[in-house]
Structures are given as C-alpha cells and as structure tokens.
Design a protein around this ligand. Sequence first.
Ligand code: N01
Length: 532
Amino acid sequence: MADLDVVVVGAGFAGIYAVHALRSSGLTVRAFEAGGGIGGTWFWNSYPGARCDVESKDYSFSFSPELEQEWSWSERYPAQPEILRYLSHVADRFDLWPHIQLNTRVTAARWDDDAAEWTVTTDDGAVVSARFFVSAVGCLSAYQVPSLPGLETFSGTWHHTARWPAEGVDFAGKRVGLIGTGSTGIQVAPQIAAVASQLYVFQRTANYAVPNRNRPWEPAAEREFKSRYRQYRKEARESFLGVPVAGTGRPVLAEPPEDVQRTFTERWQAGGGMPFLGAYTDLLVDQAANDVIAEFMRDRIRETVSDPVVAELLCPRTFPVGSKRLCQSDDYYAMYNRPNVTLVDLRSTPLESASAGGLSTTSAFYELDAIVFATGFDAISGALRQIDVRGASGVALADRWGAGPHAYLGIATAGFPNMFIVTGPGSPSVLSNMALSIEQHVEWIRDCIGYLGAHGFTTVEATSDAEEAWMAHVTEVAYSTLFPKADSWYIGANIPGKPRVFTTYVGGVGPYGSKCDEVAAAGYPGFALGAP
Ligand code: N01
C-alpha cells in the first residue's frame, strides 16, 4: 500500500490549493517545495518592483467566501511581498503547513506498473510512494541565464531576477547593466534607475507596456465590491480570460477613427492590459486591427520619451501587440528621461561577451559593477522536464515531450497514469488569470480522483487519441489568432533548440471549463480508467 494518496510537487498557488482541496476530500497529501518558503514564483521572484499584472481582487482564491471577505488587499495590483503574506495567511487559516515540506526538491518520479503507484525521490535521498502524482511546478519556474562568454570572469555581482537574494541587492551608486525587457525587466528597471549611478538597459526586442494606474484599494470601494464578490467570481469563471472584461463587442476596423482614439485613450487612462486588449473583438486575430492599437501605443511612447531617437528604439515593431505578454508599468518609458539611464540597442550592436569589468557589445564596452538578468524562463514544460519523470514501461517524460509538450485538456498526458499537471500544456494557463485556472484544475483533479474511488477504479490515464485530438484543437485555435506570429516564450522561441509549439489554449477560460466539466460529467471519455 502506498505511503500517501497524493504527492504534490510545488507549493505556489497551485500546490497550496491542491493540498487544501485534496485533503478536504479525505486524501493523505504531501507537497514538496524546493524553496525555503511557500509561494512558488512569488517566493523566487522577489526582485524590486515585482508585482502581479492581474488585479488583486481577481488574483486570489475564490474557494472560500470567508477568506475572500476577511482578507484585505491594500492595492489594485498586489506587490510580491503582499502576495506572499496572503499565501501564508491561507496556509495558516487552513492548517496546511504540516503537509508542506519546504527546502525539498523532487528529483525523480517513477510509475510502478505492478503496484499501480508512483515512487517519488527527493534531493535529501528520501523516497515516498503515492497513488497519484500531481505536478504543481508552475509554468514559469525554470529560469534561464543566456550563455554569455566570460560571465564567470565578471568581478562584480550578477543575479537573475528569478533567484533574487532574500536580503536584497544594494545598487546605490553602482553602474548596473540590465539584460531583458520583458514583464520582469520593465518592472525592475525603474527601481534600479532610482538608486544606481548609471543603468544601462540592454534591449534586444522593444516591448509594449500599458500603464498600471496602481492605487490603494479604498475601504468603501472594497466593501461595495465584496458585497457582490460571489457573482463576480461566477462571471470570472465564465469569462474569456478568467477576468470579466467589458469590451465594446465591435471590431476596431469597423469603428470611426475618432471613436477608436477615444476608447483607447479612456482605457489607457484607466490602466491595465486586459481591458485595453479586450476593447475590440479583432485586435488579436487581424493584423490590420492590431496595427491600429500598435500605432496608438507607439504614439504614447513618443509623447513620453523626450529623446526622439531613444523613443523610436523603444517602439516595438517586430510582433503584434498582445502576442507577447503585454507589460504593465507606470514609469518604464518615462525612466528613459533620467540622465542616468542609457538604452543599448542589441539589434544593431549585439551583446558579445562579459569580462572582469563589464559587458561588451559589437561596438562598445560598458563598465559595470552589477549585471541583472531578466532573461526569462524555459516556460510551460521546463520545470517538469527537470524532474526525471518516468511513466508506464519506464518511458521518460522528457522523451515523450521531445517534439513539444502536450497533454489532454492540459491536465494529463498519455503513458503517465495517475499523473496530473496543474495548468499544463494545452490549458489556458499563462494566457488566463492563473489563480482562477489553478482552482479550476485542482477541483477537476480532486473530482476525478473522487470519481475513481466511487466507481471502483484505481487508475486514470489520458488516451493518445484524445490527447492528439485536443492538441490539434489547441493548435488550430492558436493559429486562428496572431499569437504564433511572435518569437515568444509562449511558443518556446526563447530557448535555443526548443521545438516551436504553441501549447496554450486560447479558446477561452469559460469554454475550456465547460469542456472539462462535460468530460467529467460523461464519465471521463478520452481517459482509460483501470481497476485492480
Ligand atoms: O521574461 P521574458 P520575463 N540577450 O521571456 C531578453 C510573467 N511575469 O521574466 O524578446 C539579450 O518575457 C528577451 O529578449 P527577446 C509574464 O507572464 C509577470 O520578463 O527574446 N536579451 C526579453 O526581453 C511574463 O511574460 C509579471 O529578444 C535576452 C527578456 O530577456 C513572464 O513572466 C512580472 C537574451 C525576457 O523576457 C516572463 O517574463 C514578471 C539574450 N541572450 C513576469 N535572452 C507580472 O505579473 C533573453 N533576452 C507583472
């Protein structure tokens, strides 16, 4: 008999809720977390300026009406320390700590065909068996530092934003080089510029950012909102992104230009990426429509950045707006008006190497005391592939996913019985409100395990046919949009040699949830259920 019913890997939003939901249904559960604290991505990414780009009222658990009433967010967009305090409160309130083992990395998981259980090995050498193996490793956990010749000789300090020292980094009076201008780079840059003597931003691809318009959540507004929280959560589950967004419901190309300007300006003033991209129905499916929003955004950059040459370098031109994560910042573009900030264009002068004193491009040497890498992640599949996961007949997950990650409904992959992936490849995951998508997945997994027990089954495994058909659908929907046009981490383009496969389901959170519900209600077609 297995030691546990379920082993969960990770204790971020997904692992925390998995522990709670599965325990509440009577199962024995242990979560292993590599970090020294809970929080997952929010534990590791403690760089200055780290803040969620989904509003706190959305980026929070909905499973407990009491929890959502008693917790008060201080701001519209939650900062990293506040998210960690929230998750810690959740762990206290629901007594989850005894079931989470910190500072423990899962190194291997092996399915035993005969015993019909998983054997899980951790980096302290311990081995535990479980009937089910739930990956809650997160989509953005395996960070990447680009191979930069000479980095080992650099005499200053360097850090990746996803492994930020808990004690912080003192940039006061330092010359700092920042590589990367994605969501992270755009958040951390103004914070460094405020204290460093000089900040060089090494930009390979200019990026779009909309204002946050972050502000405190006033008590009166909070009270009013909380009086209708339940209804709001329901609307969120049925929505496209996992956040109810009111669009005009019309295509931008059919709209008079003055109305378009007014609509975009209003949404720009209100702040936030989702309402901006959700303003019109064709922005993410029609290049001509996207060109309209792109030009509006480039105009905002030009009117913010005083040096016209720098402004033009900051104007994105190589991908449709929204096909990479739309960044959010109230101070990124204006930062370039500071005398201590220099933009280095890596398109015209690529980065060549590091040396003891700094970084060299093909045209100049930059003397630096510190380097910050905001260079992203081996996303979606990277963290799970770092574990030696072996399914039926000893097949390695890394081999099974050699041509790209795939999973039926984004939850389970053929050949790996009793293994579930929270927000895995083929689910809306990173293109949705992750907190909500995590809850939906965890509840589906809990109900599936409950169904097996109630009907005398012990194993569940996605069939190859169902998985293939689902991934074909995921691909078809993706290629009806502009998303695949970008060289983004969504499609694996940021990792040398990674297969170019778009694995996020962009058919909408609401329709996706209905499909999952239908599968459960019909007795799990597309899955093979087995009895002893
Ligand atoms: O990573 P990224 P991120 N030389 O991959 C550059 C979430 N998130 O950590 O575009 C030079 O987006 C790379 O350049 P290019 C969010 O989902 C959310 O910023 O490949 N540059 C790019 O500029 C987000 O999408 C929040 O040409 C190199 C940057 O590094 C996801 O995390 C906050 C390079 C990487 O951008 C990842 O964001 C933060 C090289 N060799 C993150 N290699 C919020 O909620 C890479 N780059 C607000």
